[in-house]
Ligand binder design. Structure first.
Ligand SMILES: O=c1ccn([C@@H]2O[C@H](COP(=O)(O)O)[C@@H](O)[C@H]2O)c(=O)[nH]1
Length: 271
C-alpha cells in the first residue's frame, strides 16, 4: 500500500486507528476454545466487527509463533482475511545481518503479504535496508518505544546532547523515505512525540500505548499529527479484551467506535 492510499483510507474512515491483534488463548472467551482454530475464530470475529473503524491491523507475531507451526498457519489465515484496503503490520521486531534480514523480509512480504514489518534499528543500515527493497512495502522502525525500559538506552545523550532515539531518526533518514519508512513512537511519551516530529516531519508514526498502557490520544494528535495525518494509533488489549464474555466482538466494536469518534474530532481539528 502506498502512502497516498493509506492517507485516502484515513480520510475516508475519519480514523487513524490500528487494531492490535494480540490473541492469547488464556484470555479469549472459553466457548471459542473448543473450535478447531480458536485463535483464528477470535481474530476473525474481532476483524469483522472492527473493520469499519480501523485503517490498520497489527498482529503481534509473538502471540502466533508461541503456538508453533499451527500458529504460523493461523497468522497467514488472519493476514489473508484482512480486507486489502486496510494496512497490515507484522509486529515482529526483526533485524539481523543483511542476508538474514533479507529472508525475514521474504517471510513477511512474500510468503505472507503484509504491508509492513516492525524492525529494530540496533544493528544498523545493512540490517534494515533489505526490508526496504520491496515495492510498496514498509519498515516500521523502533525509535522511541512505549515501555519503561525505553529509558535504559533510547534517551541516553551523546556528547552533543542528542538522545539516542534522535540519532536513530536522523541516520535512518538516509535509508528510507516517507513512502516506505515509519517509526514506532510510544503514546506514553507525551510531548516528546513533538520532538520526534520535528526531526522527521513527513514520516508516519505507529503509536502503541493508548488504552491498556494509559497514553493520551489527544496528546498524540496534538504533538504528532502532520498534513497527511502521519499517525497510526494502536490499541490492542483495550479493544480485543473489552469483554471476555460472549459479547467480546460487539464490545470490541464499541471500543473501536469510541476511539474512531475521538479520532474524527482530532482530524477535524488538526488536519
Ligand atoms: O513501543 C512499543 C512497541 C510495540 N508495542 C506493541 O504494541 C502493542 C500494544 O498493546 P496494548 O495492549 O494496546 O498495550 C503490543 O503488541 C506491544 O507488543 C508496544 O506496546 N510498545
Amino acid at each position: 500500500m502506498t502512502r497516498a492510499e493509506l492517507f485516502a483510507q484515513i480520510q475516508k474512515k475519519s480514523s487513524f486507528l490500528c487494531v492490535g491483534l494480540d490473541p492469547d488463548l488464556a484470555k479469549i472467551p472459553a466457548r471459542l476454545r473448543s473450535e478447531p482454530d480458536p485463535i483464528f475464530s477470535f481474530c476473525k470475529a474481532i476483524i469483522e466487527e472492527t473493520a469499519d473503524y480501523a485503517v490498520a491491523y497489527k498482529p503481534n507475531i509473538a502471540f502466533f509463533e508461541a503456538l508453533g507451526s499451527k500458529g504460523w498457519e493461523t497468522l497467514q489465515k488472519v493476514q489473508e482475511l484482512i480486507p486489502r484496503d486496510i494496512f497490515t503490520i507484522a509486529d515482529a521486531k526483526r533485524g539481523d545481518i543483511g542476508n538474514t534480514s533479507k529472508l525475514y523480509a521474504k517471510a513477511f512480504f512474500e510468503q505472507m503479504d503484509f504491508d509492513s514489518v516492525t524492525v529494530a534499528p540496533y544493528m544498523g543500515e545493512d540490517s534494515v535496508s533489505p526490508f526496504l527493497e520491496f515495492a510498496d512495502k514498509w519498515v516500521v522502525l523502533l525509535a522511541l518505544t512505549s515501555n519503561a525500559g525505553s529509558l535504559d538506552f533510547q534517551l541516553i545523550k551523546d556528547e552533543t546532547g542528542r538522545p539516542l532515539y534522535q540519532s536513530v531518526l536522523e541516520k535512518s533518514q538516509e535509508w528510507g523515505t516517507p513512502e516506505n519508512l515509519m517509526y514506532v513512537v510510544g503514546a506514553t511519551r507525551g510531548e516528546l512525540i513533538g520532538e520526534v516530529r520535528k526531526v522527521v516531519p513527513d514520516n508516519f508514526f505507529l503509536v502503541p500505548g493508548v488504552g491498556a498502557q494509559g497514553g493520551s490520544l489527544a496528546d498524540v494528535a496534538k504533538y504528532g499529527m502532520n498534513s497527511h495525518c502521519g499517525l497510526l494509533v494502536n490499541s490492542s488489549r483495550g479493544i480485543i479484551y473489552a469483554s471476555q464474555g460472549k459479547d467480546f466482538a460487539v464490545a470490541a466494536r464499541s471500543e473501536a467506535a469510541k476511539l474512531q469518534a475521538e479520532m474524527a474530532g482530532l482530524l477535524a481539528r488538526y488536519l
